[in-house]
Structure formats: C-alpha cells, structure tokens
Design a protein around this ligand. Structure first.
Ligand SMILES: *Cc1c(COP(=O)(O)O)cnc(C)c1O
Length: 411
C-alpha cells in the first residue's frame, strides 16, 4: 500500500526542513540578473550573511554549489600547490575535506582522532609548536562533525594557535553549525568560515557560502593554486557592483533573503538557545529514555544539531533507518563509512520545534522496536517530554501569568 497521506518527517541533518515562507519566496519568475534592480538583492544577502557569521571584518561570498564547493574555494584561493595544512580527522566530513586537500595537491598533516571525539587541542598546539619554520599555512577544523554528532571547540583552536604563536590561517567547516551552534568569526579570528545552504540556513541545497577574513583575502594575492569557477577575485570584482561573474541561482537568492529575514526575526542568539534546548530533549530520549549511547564520547563533544545514536550489538542501524522510512515515513540519518550500520542519526537543526522532534523520537522508537531493539515503548518520548516541559526557554512564570486560553467570546 503506498503511503501517501501525511507528511514525510525529514530528520536527516541536512537537507533540513524549508519553512513554508521560504519555499514561497523562491517561487519567483526568472528575471534578468544584470538588471539595475538586481544589486538590491545581492547586496542585501551578502551583507546580512556576515551577521550570521558574526563578522564585520570579513567578506561573504556565495557560489552556486554545495558546501563541498565552498571547501574547495577556501583551499584553492589561499594556498599554493604543496603547501602544508594541519587537519584533524574524526568522521566522514572531516575525512572528505582532508581527502580533497590531498587531491588538490596540498601536504596534509593529519591528526587521527577516534570517531566520537573532536579537534584535539593539545595535539594541534603540539604540531604547531613543532613547526618552527611555519610551514603550516592553514589549520582546518570541522566545527560540527555531522557523521558522529561531535562539536569541536573552535575558540579553543584559536587559543592554542595563539599560544603556539603560529601565524597559520584558521579555516572552519561550519556547514552543519552555522545559524544553529554559536560561531564567532571575528572573535575567534577565523580566516575562512564555510557553509552550505541546506542546513541551518533552512534552504534547499544549492549554495556554497564562504566568509573570508582580510588575512585570507591577502593570502589570495600570492596563492598559486589553479582556480577558475571558484576564484574569489572574480567574485570580488563582480560583487563590488552588485553582480556575479556568472548566472547566480536566482530562486535560491530569494530564498536566502527570506531565510535571513526569518533568522533575524527569531534572533540568532534565540535560535542558538533553541537548538541547545531541543538537542537536550533528544539526548534525554536517547540516554535516559532508551538507555542507549551517543557516538559522541563525552558531554563536551555533544552536538546541538545532530545526535548519532549507537544501536546495540547485533542490530543493524541501517535496518532501523529503512523501517523508519518505509513504515513511518521518517527519514533518519545513516551511519557513514566506519560507523555504517552501527548507528543512526537524528538531525535536529533548522526549522524545528518540540512536537516535530517528538514525531522523530516516536518514529525512531517504533522502528527500533520493529527490528528488535529492546527499548521500552514510550520511554524516549517520556524523557524528552520531561525535559522540555521543565526547561521552557521562554520564562515559564511569564507564560503562566499571561496565558488565559480563550474559551469563547466575551461580551
Ligand atoms: C553537509 C556537510 C558538508 C557539505 O556537504 P555538501 O553535501 O557538499 O553540501 C560539509 N561538512 C559538513 C560538516 C557537513 O555536514
């Protein structure tokens, strides 16, 4: 029987749910991207993106690509072939960025870290101190490793770079953290922040976004790596007049305008708190309710945008995901590469609230029961409900005083 009625519950950690108002904003007729009116749109999104990166010093760039293209833009615009970079690898995304850097011809010093942990600050500091001749040109850090649900301490990376008095640039993959986990480009002196449109920005996939510091833009002047489509110089020239060097993804830019409006209406810092609060509810379901473990080894690594949930020995995580999809119309994230079959992921970023997540928790629980995981029915939802009911981020007292539910017209 085809499952047609009701909506699909999309709980992969990207693409995330696109708010209806953003979908509507993208339903536009095509227009001339060289018109005298177009710069209004391009200038407004380029300048407002900087607020999301928390930078006044940096410059934002938008490519019609996914986050992977933004990784490539960061590397090829600032480095020369053979340049050394330092990267830690602890999941599929940090791995893919390392792999790209190697394939582009850079010399990558890799710090191998157990999956479930994040950037090892002490080892980064050690590697930088050992590099007396300052051969390392950039430190690459994956802020939120989406494959394992691990968030790294980027302020800490800056701290150890400064402690080692190392002049390397700091490049941060913020694809699954921007606009959902605190990211402070200026304060942490990040030289390039990278994101894609389909995660915290609540858009379809299709934009690769880079935000570059003055130091990164200066490095571009001597960087000899071959680049063409992703050349920031071309972007800088065209953006200066409000245009793009090639046809921009127009509907996506209208969507981005509306998603930025949504973000500023809720307030970026409120969004960050909401993500933490929602994530805590999911973690309560996983650990208190189901008695399962997260892939993230310690609370300091817990991600507020995605939880990677270890399934018990003898259970295939892929089967949980398949049953959830086929029977309950719920899309959960898969275990990737090394952790394939060992876990499933619940994405909790973007346009979400408690009850949407209740659907995901209930569905994951039903699918687990269906494939033989011995969790107590209702335990996940119960634990999340306990957490959310007792930790309302909007002052509870205020709500109680004001809330008088209308029972009918008063004359
Ligand atoms: C999604 C993601 C990417 C980029 O993936 P694309 O599919 O190219 O957008 C990169 N890094 C992390 C941490 C991600 O979550």
């Amino acid at each position: 029987m085809p499952r047609i009625a009701g909506r699909n519950f999309l709980f992969v950690p990207g693409p995330t749910n696109v708010p209806d108002r953003v979908l509507r904003a993208m339903m536009v007729a095509m227009e001339d991207h060289r018109s005298s009116k177009f710069p209004e749109l391009s200038r407004s999104v380029l300048s407002d993106l900087k607020k999301v990166f928390k930078t006044t010093e940096g410059q934002a760039f938008i490519f019609p690509s996914s986050g992977t293209g933004a990784w490539e833009a960061a590397l090829t615009n600032t480095l020369s072939p053979g340049d050394k970079v330092l990267a830690s690898r602890f999941g599929q995304f940090s791995h893919l960025w390392v792999d790209m850097a190697q394939r582009l011809g850079y010399d990558v010093e890799i710090l191998e870290v157990e999956w479930g942990e994040g950037v090892p600050l002490d080892r980064v500091e050690e590697a930088l101190r050992a590099d007396k001749q300052h051969k390392i040109k950039a430190v690459l850090a994956c802020h939120n490793e989406t494959a394992t649900g691990v968030t790294s301490d980027i302020a800490g990376v800056r701290r150890v770079m400064d402690a080692a008095r190392h002049p390397a640039m700091l490049f941060v993959d913020a694809v699954s953290s921007l606009a959902s986990i605190d990211f402070r480009m200026d304060e942490w002196q990040v030289d390039i922040g990278i994101t894609g449109s389909q995660k915290g920005l609540m858009l379809p996939a299709g934009l690769g976004i880079v935000c570059a510091s003055k130091k990164a833009l200066a490095a571009m002047q001597t960087a000899k790596s071959k680049r063409c489509y992703f050349d920031l110089n071309d972007m800088i020239k065209a953006n200066a007049t409000g245009y793009f060097p090639y046809t921009p993804a127009l509907a996506m830019l209208y969507g981005l305008r509306e998603s930025l409006n949504t973000i500023f209406e809720e307030g970026l810092d409120n969004i960050l708190s909401r993500h933490h609060y929602l994530a805590e509810g999911v973690r309560a379901a996983v650990m208190k309710g189901w008695g399962l473990k997260l892939c993230a080894k310690e609370p300091k690594w817990y991600s507020d945008t995605v939880s990677a949930i270890m399934v018990p020995e003898g259970i295939n995580g892929a089967q949980v995901i398949d049953v959830a999809f086929k029977r309950y119309n719920l899309a959960l994230g898969a275990g990737l590469s090394k952790v394939a079959g060992k876990l499933f992921r619940i994405g909790h970023l973007g346009d979400l609230n408690e009850l949407m997540l209740m659907g995901a928790i209930a569905g994951a629980e039903m699918a687990m029961l269906d494939v033989g995981v011995k969790v107590k029915p209702g335990s996940g939802v119960g634990a999340a409900s306990d957490y959310w009911r007792n930790n309302d981020p909007v002052s509870k007292k205020k709500a109680d005083k004001e809330a008088v539910y209308a029972t009918g017209p008063t004359f």
